[in-house]
Design a protein around this ligand. Structure first.
Ligand SMILES: COCC(O)(O)CCCCCNCCCN
Ligand SMILES: [Zn+2]
Length: 664
């Protein structure tokens, strides 16, 4: 299924008609440059174009009051003076004779997107709209917003499609207080927002934007705020919050639909955000949400004021929605101190509500929420600082790397008598192995003559790896007689001169896996029921699950809170996913793992399975081909000893691996 794109140039036909420094950044060009970038890059042609429509009164009244709607209805007939007068009652927003029309189109576009996804016409999609929505409230416009597009879409999805649980992820750099107010007592809508806060010194300067606003009454636990108390946050900070706060809760919440308040003022160069995360981060943020809700994801544009980073970020988001390979994120260096404080506070505020956060640490000693009483002097100094010093237009960043789709998505190397799963391209050709390599294999297998078909298998395997590295193939599935031996061979012989860093994810207990590396060329993360305390080193990380890999709750917790951060920091060029026989891993969990691992190494994942497990080939192939993994249904509370062990493991490893840091 495809990706929907909603855009209507009518929504560019309103602008600020008077002088207002607070509003001058919200210009029609924001939408124009975003759409034009999609056209120029050829991405718009690959999307399914869905027409915008006006939201009806009853749809708008899902969130807003009649009084407010009736008032806004009058604005098209107002004189300039009346519009100015009308605007004064709201904050940081402006009206225009055509803005009511555009606001209905913006909300209607979000609803069209929900229809397209919920009816299965498309898998996911994005609506490029203005005016944005997440600040507008029941009876008021605010922060450039007139109707709360995403809040209306959430209520609409529940009413029309009986959606039980909606996850709203707000990566805009401002707090969508309008969304928070709408759903704070509603356990069926989980609202997550990070936002520039600076201890309440940044707009909209609300006490309730802090991490301790967790929701009210039955909605307690379903509102997650992560305040950024410093500017300059980078890719590592964003990924840490996703891995250690949002994703564990999102997987436990198990939404039927994901809505994204896709504001790109959280990107580098934006005058509002003043952050340093690069546009390609949105490729990964989107990817990390795409295996939730069976892939049903609707992104709706919110903010974004640097026309260059906005356009690039929109393209990165759309390219991921289309299923293209992800860019490798360069030099991640772990979250900064302030980010760790914020994520620690958010985790501790929510540990009583989410079993996946149960073992989160106490809040940091310096309770950051009381720091907002900053010395007035300090505040004045900052504002006095010359505008150009603070403004981020001077920022430069590299063009996001090209994300080329290999001609072949998924290849397979199988014994001749095993049928190739649909969609996979069987690799049978292979040039003879270099004599050197054959001799390596011989002494590896310590058999006089490495029997014929083993050499054939390994020569095909070697060819497959060469093609992965050459980006001729994205990923591959290999069935071998002995998966442990094959793993050793791949790691020690077949990749040494082809790949710089191999991430080995070993699922299930191993037989003779006594392979520990120290040079960093290989990072082994092993998830099994075996407790290999003694073996642990920086590059060999055994994760022990008391009940083994069949315990999906423990498994996903280890993947989100340990494997993903490690993988991002290690930044491999190849991922080797080894399924040990008898691992007991549940099929949906196996597919989720394959889906999530595609975020690394441009999607170059090599799956090694034992011939006698060929029954799992179908679901493995489906995941390798990029089909969304099935949701992990009714996750139990992870076993306390596992949750505890994971926290201890993270604490022990965080000296070597910064992205594992969850406490300051
Ligand atoms: C949902 O709208 C997108 C948005 O969150 O970006 C709106 C931000 C309003 C920011 C208003 N303060 C401007 C003060 C001057 N620097
Ligand atoms: Zn914003």
């Amino acid at each position: 299924m495809g990706t929907a794109l909603l855009y209507d140039e009518e929504m560019t036909k309103y602008k600020l008609l008077w002088v207002d420094p607070a509003c001058k950044i919200e210009v029609p060009e924001r939408l124009i440059v975003s759409y034009e970038a999609l056209v120029r890059s050829g991405l718009s042609d690959r999307c399914i174009s869905i027409p915008a429509r006006e939201a009806s009164d009853s749809e708008i009244l899902l969130v807003h009051s009649e009084l407010y709607l009736e008032a806004v209805k009058k604005t098209p007939y107002m004189t300039l003076e009346d519009l100015k007068e009308f605007t004064l009652q709201f904050g940081d927003v402006y009206f225009h004779p055509n803005i009511y029309h555009c606001a209905k189109l913006a909300s209607g576009s979000a609803l069209q997107l929900v229809d397209s996804v919920m009816t299965g016409k498309v898998r996911n999609g994005i609506a490029l709209v203005r005016p944005p929505g997440h600040h507008s409230m029941h009876g008021a416009a605010n922060g450039f917003c007139v109707f709360n597009n995403v809040a209306i879409a959430a209520r609409y999805a529940k009413q029309k499609y009986g959606v039980k649980r909606v996850l709203i992820v707000d990566w805009d750099i401002h707090h969508g207080q309008g969304v928070q107010y709408c759903f704070e007592d509603d356990p069926s809508v989980l609202y997550f927002s990070w936002h520039r806060y600076e201890h309440q010194n940044f707009w909209p300067n609300l006490r309730e934007s802090d991490y301790d606003s967790v929701g009210k009454e039955s909605g307690a636990g379903f509102n997650i705020n992560v305040p950024w108390n410093n500017v300059g946050m980078e890719n590592s900070d964003y990924l840490s919050v996703f891995c250690h706060v949002l994703l564990p809760v999102a997987y436990e919440f198990c939404p039927d639909l994901v809505l994204v308040c896709a504001g790109f003022d959280s990107a580098i160069g934006d005058p509002e955000g003043e952050m340093c995360a690069t546009p390609d981060i949105f490729a990964h943020l989107t990817h990390l949400l795409m295996n939730l809700a069976g892939g049903k994801l609707c992104a709706v544009l919110e903010g974004g004021y640097n026309l260059t980073s906005l356009a690039q970020s929109v393209c990165q988001t759309v390219q991921t929605l289309l299923g293209d390979p992800l860019p490798q994120l360069a030099n991640l260096r772990g979250p900064c101190k302030s980010a760790v404080e914020s994520l620690q506070c958010a985790r501790s505020a929510h540990r009583r509500y989410w079993s996946f956060l149960k073992h989160a640490a106490d809040p940091p000693m310096t309770d950051i929420s009381t720091k907002h009483i900053k010395s007035a002097m300090e505040e004045e100094e900052k504002t006095e600082m010359a505008e150009e010093e603070r403004c981020t237009e001077g920022k430069v960043w590299p063009e996001p790397p090209e994300r080329l789709c290999p001609p072949v998505c998924s290849a397979s190397v199988l014994p001749d008598d095993v049928a190739c799963p649909d969609g996979l391209k069987r690799l049978s050709s292979s040039k003879d192995l270099e004599p050197l390599l054959v001799s390596k294999l011989k002494n590896r297998f310590r058999t006089a003559a490495v029997d014929g078909d083993r050499v054939t298998t390994f020569s095909r395997l070697y060819t497959l790896i060469e093609k992965l590295v050459a980006n001729e193939i994205r990923n591959g599935l290999v069935l071998v007689p002995d998966v442990a031996a094959a793993m050793m061979c791949v790691v020690q012989d077949l990749t040494s001169d082809l790949v710089k860093r191999v991430l080995v994810v070993c699922v299930g207990k191993e037989k003779e896996l006594d392979y520990v590396t120290t040079d960093g060329k290989v990072l082994v993360v092993q998830i099994s029921s075996e407790d290999r305390e003694e073996q642990r080193s920086k590059y060999y990380i055994p994760v022990c699950l008391k009940k083994g890999c069949s315990d999906t709750s423990g498994f996903i917790q280890a993947v989100l809170g340990l494997l993903l951060p490690l993988g991002y920091e290690y930044n491999p060029d190849l991922v080797l996913l080894v399924r040990m026989p008898g691992s007991g891993v549940v099929d949906s969990m196996w597919q989720q793992l394959i889906g999530l691992l595609q975020g690394f190494a441009k999607g170059h994942t090599l799956v090694l399975m034992q011939v006698n497990e060929k029954a799992c080939m179908g679901s493995t192939a489906s995941a390798l081909l990029g089909h969304p993994a099935p949701p992990l249904q009714d996750l139990q509370t992870p076993f306390p000893e596992d949750g505890d062990a994971l926290e201890r493991l993270r604490e022990r490893l965080q000296a070597d691996w910064k992205t594992l840091q969850t406490t300051s």
